[in-house]
Design a protein around this ligand. Structure first.
Ligand SMILES: *Cc1c(COP(=O)(O)O)cnc(C)c1O
Length: 392
C-alpha cells in the first residue's frame, strides 16, 4: 500500500501534510516506512513528553485495556480516583478538584463554561497570538484571524489584548468579564514567554474584579518548561488550569483543574462520555510516574538551557531572535519558515512552525543530548544556506 496516496485520497484535507509516512518511534526518534530515522523535535506537537514507544506507559495501557477501558463518570473507578488524587498532589497550590475530558480544546470549552457558571458573566479576555484550539468556543478565544474568520459568528464578548501588556489587560477586564484566558508561553503564537509582572498582574486584576484566571498549560504542562507546570516559575495560582497534550503519555486526554474561587459546579451542567475513562487515567498515572521517576522537568531545564545557549550563539543573518523556556524553543526568522522545515525533513530532522516565521522545537523531554546537539547542528547548517522556495 502506498500510504501517502491512500491518505491523500481519503482524508478530509484540512491538514497541511509533510511528505513522509511515520510508522514507529522510540524516545525522540521516529522511523518512516522506508526505515529512515528522524530526530523528532515535534514531540507529537507536545503530546510525547515521555518519548515514543515508552514501555512503562505502554504496559500500563495494556494492563488497563485488558481490565476495563470504558466507564463513564456516573460510576466510581479505582484508576480515576488514583489519578484525581495524583493530579492534586502535583498541581500548583490552590487547585482542589478536576474535570476530566479528552483534548485541549475540550479543556478550554469546559473552562469557559465553568467561568460563566462561577461568575454569572459572559465576557472573555484573551491575548493576541493566543492559541486555544479549534472547536467553536475555543476558536472564539484563539487569536489567528485566518482560523476564526471563516466561522463567524463565534461566541460573543471576546476581547484580545496584546500579550504581556498589563495596562491593556487592566482596561479590558470589566464587571462583565467572566475570565481571563492566557498561556504561560504562547506556543503556536511564536514561543513568547510571559513576563512575571504580566501574569501575576493578571492574577491580581482577576481577584480584584471578580473574574476567573484561566491558565492554558495544554502545551507547557508536564515538565516541558523545566517545572511540572510553567505556573510554578511564577508562583502563579490560577483559578483554573487547563491541561491536555502530554497528560496521558500521548493518549487523548484533557483536564481542568479547579480552584476554590470557582465554587460549586451545578450537577449535570457539563459532562463527557469518554471523560475520565479508566484507560486514559491509567496512561496518565503511568506518564506522571515516569516524568517524576526520571525527573524530566529538570532534564528539560538542563537540555533547554544548553540548546538555547547554543542557538543564541548562531549569529546568522536569517535569525531575528531565539526564545524559549525549557524544551519549548523558538527561532524567529526574517524569512518564512516552511522551506527550512522541508529541508530539515530531508536531512532527518522533524521540527514545527509557530506562525509563519518561527521555527519551533518541542522534542520529547527524554531526547538524548547527542540527538539534540545533532538537531542544532542541522538547523545551523540549514539556516546558513540560501532558502529554497517550496510551495506551502
Ligand atoms: C494544542 C493546544 C490546544 C488545543 O488542544 P487540542 O487537543 O488540539 O484540542 C489548546 N491550547 C494550547 C495552548 C495548545 O497548545
Amino acid at each position: 500500500m502506498n500510504i501517502i496516496e491512500v491518505e491523500n485520497r481519503y482524508t478530509s484535507g484540512v491538514y497541511p501534510k509533510r511528505p513522509v509516512a511515520i510508522i514507529r518511534g522510540e524516545g525522540a526518534r521516529l522511523w518512516d516506512d522506508q526505515d529512515r530515522m528522524y530526530i523528532d523535535c515535534t514531540g507529537g506537537q507536545g503530546t510525547a513528553n515521555v518519548g515514543h514507544g515508552n514501555l512503562f506507559v505502554a504496559r500500563a495501557i495494556y494492563e488497563q485495556a485488558s481490565r476495563l477501558i470504558s466507564l463513564t463518570e456516573i460510576f466510581y473507578n479505582d484508576r480515576r480516583a488514583e489519578l484525581l488524587q495524583r493530579l492534586m498532589g502535583i498541581a500548583p497550590p490552590g487547585l482542589e478538584r478536576a474535570f476530566l475530558c479528552n483534548s485541549g480544546a475540550e479543556a478550554v470549552e469546559g473552562g469557559l463554561k465553568f467561568a460563566r457558571l462561577a461568575t454569572g458573566r459572559t465576557g472573555i479576555v484573551a491575548a493576541m497570538r493566543s492559541f486555544h484550539g479549534r472547536t467553536m468556543g475555543a476558536l472564539s478565544t484563539t487569536w489567528e484571524p485566518k482560523y476564526r474568520e471563516p466561522f463567524l459568528p463565534l461566541i460573543p464578548g471576546v476581547t484580545h489584548i496584546p500579550y504581556n501588556n498589563l495596562e491593556k489587560l487592566e482596561q479590558a477586564v470589566t464587571a462583565e468579564t467572566a475570565c481571563v484566558l492566557l498561556e504561560i508561553v504562547q506556543g503556536e503564537g511564536g514561543v513568547r514567554v510571559g513576563e512575571p509582572e504580566f501574569l501575576l498582574g493578571a492574577q491580581e486584576i482577576c481577584r480584584r474584579k471578580g473574574a476567573m484566571l484561566v491558565i492554558d498549560e495544554v502545551q507547557t504542562g508536564f515538565g516541558r518548561t523545566g517545572k511540572m507546570f510553567a505556573c510554578e516559575h511564577y508562583n502563579l495560582q490560577p483559578d483554573m488550569l487547563l491541561l491536555a497534550k502530554s497528560i496521558a503519555g500521548g493518549l487523548p486526554m484533557g483536564a481542568i483543574l479547579l480552584g476554590s474561587r470557582v465554587g460549586e459546579i451545578p450537577l449535570s451542567s457539563h459532562g463527557s462520555t469518554f471523560g475520565g475513562n479508566p484507560l486514559a487515567c491509567a496512561a496518565a498515572l503511568a506518564a506522571i510516574q515516569y516524568i517524576e521517576d526520571h525527573d524530566l522537568p529538570a532534564r528539560a531545564e538542563r537540555l533547554g538551557a544548553h540548546a538555547l545557549a547554543r542557538l543564541q550563539l548562531l549569529n546568522l543573518p536569517v535569525i531575528r531572535e531565539v526564545r524559549g523556556m525549557g524544551l519549548i524553543l523558538g527561532i524567529e526568522l526574517r524569512q518564512k519558515v516552511t522551506p527550512y522545515l522541508q529541508t530539515l525533513l530531508e536531512m532527518g530532522l522533524l521540527a514545527l512552525p509557530a506562525g509563519s516565521n518561527v521555527l519551533r522545537l518541542l522534542p520529547p523531554l527524554v531526547i538524548e543530548e547527542a540527538d539534540l546537539d545533532r538537531a542544532i547542528d542541522l538547523i545551523a547548517q540549514v539556516l546558513a544556506a540560501e532558502p529554497v522556495a517550496v510551495a506551502e
